[in-house]
Design a protein around this ligand. Structure first.
Ligand code: GLU
Length: 416
């Protein structure tokens, strides 16, 4: 049988495994393996050349038993309703494993933002918000950035929302610029949260991180901060890093500031002085201690899993590993910090942003990071202990912790 790369099928298979162990009854299973609500819409956008292009947009509210649904918006040429469904399911388990009072959602637009001008991107972002405005809100659903979206796009979206509604409501979007009510520490939060889980894992595994090497896939918001922070906070040597155009390698380590300056100038990681080129494929298979997939889904599959040499995988991306690859990694004894635990830092600080917006009083970065550390450390050990107790992988353990919490909320509400 060929491996399925449909992320929603993968998310359902992962859920089913946890549902079996938790012995969920048929109705609860049926309810939790599909989204509660979906919006599908078309966004007509006036292009710079005077033509109109129609884009497809989605917002999926997977489950809101534990609180308003929460999750980012992706702009990607390969977006499909099933990727958005999967990502909204993972958001549900993510907010539950991090134990914040929110549900799960995700949004997306099928588009390649590299082909859009600044003006086209703004009109597309505002058009997206006009389509979802009446279905979101601080008590319903709170969007945020994700792949190819950023604080600037969140600023256009919050402005469109507030203009439509006629009042200020900063908490309805997180990941905003600081000047519009964003939180200190939000842009670095996904990476920093993952770094905290890696620190905890290293303690459990007795690994000296200052003697470890890492390869990082991705140099977007997540990958670039992972590069900076894995060096700064943990003293790991980063020997390879890539973006969608290709990767670079240097056995002596790649300096973050030098790469940042290079990317700011050229827009790509390739051709940084003192490094040799490496393909994304070869980067994943490097002989390093730590592999950080920090880009998109389905990067570690049945095709390359056998060739992976890292002993710890830090899943900062959503859905980077397929179930087939997972099985191979488990057999090989590779330690995985699973995605919706590892990358929960972003939504944790999004939650802090909502809290600060709610009482219009803002915390400094040190306080944000300290509270993030506490949430991530608690979540990591809940999963680690569950894995030990039940003799299951960290991924299954993360599902057991998260699904159990959502099931409790659904039951208490009397839905199932
Ligand atoms: N897009 C991020 C994620 O996948 C953050 C979501 C949020 O802050 O709502 O976790």
């Amino acid at each position: 049988m060929t491996e399925t790369l449909n992320p929603f099928k993968i998310a359902q298979a992962q859920f089913d495994e946890a549902a079996d162990i938790l012995q969920l009854d048929a109705a609860m299973r049926e309810f939790l393996r599909v989204p509660m609500r979906e919006l599908h819409f078309s966004i007509p956008v006036k292009m710079d050349d005077g033509s109109v292009q129609v884009f497809q947009g989605f917002r999926v509210q997977y489950n809101d038993a534990r609180g308003p649904s929460k999750g980012g918006i992706r702009f990607h040429q390969d977006e499909t309703i099933d990727t958005v469904r999967a990502l909204s399911a993972w958001m549900t388990w993510k907010t539950a494993v991090a134990d914040i009072p929110l549900g799960g959602a995700k949004g997306g637009i099928i588009c390649d933002p590299r082909n859009l001008s600044e003006g086209e991107l703004e009109r597309l972002s505002r058009g997206y918000m006009r389509n979802i405005a009446r279905q979101i809100g601080i008590t319903q659903d709170i969007p945020a950035p994700d792949v190819n979206t950023n604080p600037k796009i969140m600023a256009w979206m919050i402005d469109e929302y507030e203009t439509l509604m006629g009042w200020h409501e900063p908490g309805v979007i997180t990941g905003k610029p600081l000047a519009l009510g964003g939180s200190e520490g939000r842009t670095a939060a996904t990476a920093l949260g993952g770094i905290f889980t890696l620190r905890e894992a290293a303690k459990e595994l007795n690994v000296d991180l200052t003697k470890s090497t890492a390869a990082i896939q991705g140099f977007g918001n997540v990958g670039s901060f992972a590069h900076k922070l894995i060096i700064e906070v943990l003293g790991v040597k980063v020997v390879a890093i890539s973006d969608q155009y290709g990767g670079i390698y240097n056995a002596d380590g790649i300096d973050y500031d030098v790469l940042r300056a290079h990317v700011d100038k050229t827009g790509k990681v390739v051709n940084m002085e003192g490094t040799t080129p490496i393909s994304n494929k070869n980067l994943l298979e490097l002989d390093v201690d730590i592999l950080v997939p920090g880009a998109i889904e389905n990067q570690l599959t049945a095709v390359n899993a056998d060739n992976i040499k890292a002993s710890i995988i830090v899943e900062l991306a959503n859905g980077p590993t397929t179930p087939e690859a997972d099985e191979i990694f488990n057999e090989k004894g590779i330690y995985i910090i699973p995605d919706f635990l590892c990358n929960a830092g972003g939504v944790v600080v999004s939650y802090f942003e909502m809290v600060q917006n709610g009482y219009q009083y803002y915390w400094d970065e040190a306080l944000v990071n300290q509270r993030l550390d506490s949430k991530m450390t608690t979540a990591f050990h809940a999963v680690h202990n569950m894995a030990q107790e039940k003799g299951v992988s960290n991924r299954v353990a993360a599902y057991l912790v998260a699904v159990d919490r959502v099931v409790e909320a659904v039951s208490l509400r009397g839905w199932v």
